[in-house]
Design a protein around this ligand. Structure first.
Ligand code: DAH
Length: 345
């Protein structure tokens, strides 16, 4: 029935003009809703005679069906378009480079400690480790440091409850290691047989109330101890020269001893080195404390100072790291700034 055809046409137009599901629902309401145009036509059937009603009814149902088909087609088209849009937005460019994982590395001071361990290891030194919270005995008394020694003042030392201290140096490891060693060879020593020499280094963290460009309240030290029956300053100088030349990778390096004082060594010496070239050429730089182990300390090891002799030393891996890489402010090692630390990877 041709008077109904324009309605189908109009409905199609209205549906294609809808670009969102909401618009489409509105358009649908205008034709198929409660008072939509198709619904109105159906309502109009009531006033017709039975015969006419049947024919007209069939015609209206036909166009209603066409309108519904047009509606469904448009719904599908809008859904397809939305899916395409979404796929496009979520698309991956598989040709892009991947995201790299951040690469870690050892701290420069750890690198130095590894180096120290490797070099001394090659000269037959064991590597030992011990507590950072130390007793008064190991940190001071056993090292011949009397109660009135300035190192014991609150000014220098972090005291912990219970008479303990944060170790102010790695020297207590001399005593801890030697006592264990002597214990291990006790039977031999008592029979008057020769005890294997003590040869050890002990790197680790140490603490003092001190803070500026060259001092940090937490810093590192590396202790060394070599005890035997004929160990002398000559041996110490040979070991040190060899160590520092390896550490700084230069045979032009010079080494000297300068008289000094430490309670646990007698005589005591400061160790200075000088580079044969480079920015620090010819300047004497203090790099370690050292000395012949004091008889009282040897006794605290459980050994007879008439029979056993040797030397001890303590050096600062932080300072060696600064010299090796030309770092001028010690605090940079402990600030945790990755821009600084990443340079040593
Ligand atoms: N413990 C000393 C300090 O912290 C360093 C030191 C000096 C260690 C002489 C030694 C040594 O073993 O013989 O200043």
């Amino acid at each position: 029935m041709s008077d109904l055809d324009p309605l189908v046409h109009e409905a199609r137009e209205a549906f294609s003009a809808a670009h969102t599901p909401a618009d489409l629902e509105n358009a649908k309401a205008r034709f198929l809703g409660k008072s939509g145009r198709v619904t109105d036509l159906l309502k109009g059937l009531a006033s017709l005679a039975a015969d006419e009603k049947k024919q007209r009814g069939a015609a209206i149902n036909q166009i209603k069906q066409q309108v519904e088909e047009a509606l469904n087609a448009r719904r599908q088209a809008l859904a397809d378009a939305e899916l395409q849009q979404q796929l496009k937005a979520e698309s991956l460019d598989v040709s892009l480079p991947g995201r790299r994982r951040g690469e870690g590395g050892l701290h420069p001071v750890s690198l130095s400690i590894e180096r120290i361990e490797a070099i001394f290891g090659s000269m037959g030194f064991d590597v030992a480790d011990g507590p950072e919270i130390e007793t008064d005995w190991y940190n001071f008394t056993a090292l011949n440091t009397p109660a009135d020694h300035p190192a014991r003042s609150m000014h220098d030392t972090f005291y912990v409850e219970g008479g303990l201290v944060l170790r102010t140096h790695t020297s207590p490891m001399q005593v801890r290691y030697a006592v264990e060693h002597v214990q291990r060879y006790k039977a031999q020593i008592e029979r008057g047989e020769r005890m294997p020499e003590i040869r050890v280094i002990a790197p680790g963290r140490t603490y003092r109330v001190d803070s500026d460009a060259t001092h940090s309240p937490m810093f590192h030290q590396c202790e060394g101890l070599w005890i035997g029956e004929k160990v002398s300053f000559t041996d110490l100088k040979a070991v040190f020269t060899s160590f520092f030349r390896s550490f700084f990778e230069t045979d032009e390096l010079q080494l000297r001893f300068r008289p000094s004082f430490f309670p646990f060594t007698e005589p005591s010496a400061e160790v200075d080195i000088a580079f044969g070239s480079g920015p620090l050429e010819g300047r004497w730089l203090e790099v370690a404390g050292s000395g012949q182990v004091h008889p009282n300390v040897i006794r605290n090891f459980g050994l007879d100072p008439e029979q056993y002799i040797g030397f001890a030393f303590g050096m600062g891996p932080d300072r060696l790291t600064m010299l090796r890489y030309g770092v001028s402010d010690l605090r940079q090692f402990f600030d945790g700034d990755l821009r600084f630390l990443a340079q040593f990877r």
